[in-house]
Design a protein around this ligand. Structure first.
Ligand code: SF4
Length: 68
């Protein structure tokens, strides 16, 4: 699994970061700044999905590697 970020939609709520700071780091302006989108551990995907669901802008997705 991996994280896909639509940076054009991110407005910097940082809700993802508040829930999962290790998976969703933010930059100095508060925008999500995912540098490692890979989620090799099963629990990481579950945590990432929960944080992605908290994004009001729908800027985050957690997808299989085969998905775009
Ligand atoms: S919750 Fe959504 S809009 Fe807010 S920082 Fe995270 S990705 Fe961006």
């Amino acid at each position: 699994m991996r994280i896909v970020v639509d940076r054009a939609l991110c407005v910097g709520h940082a809700r993802c970061h508040a829930l999962e700071p290790d998976l969703f780091p933010i930059d100095d302006l508060g925008y999500v700044d995912v540098t490692d989108p890979e989620l090799p551990a099963a629990d990481q995907a579950a945590r990432a999905r929960r944080a992605a669901a908290a994004c009001p802008e729908r800027a985050l997705r957690v997808v299989e590697h085969s998905q775009p």
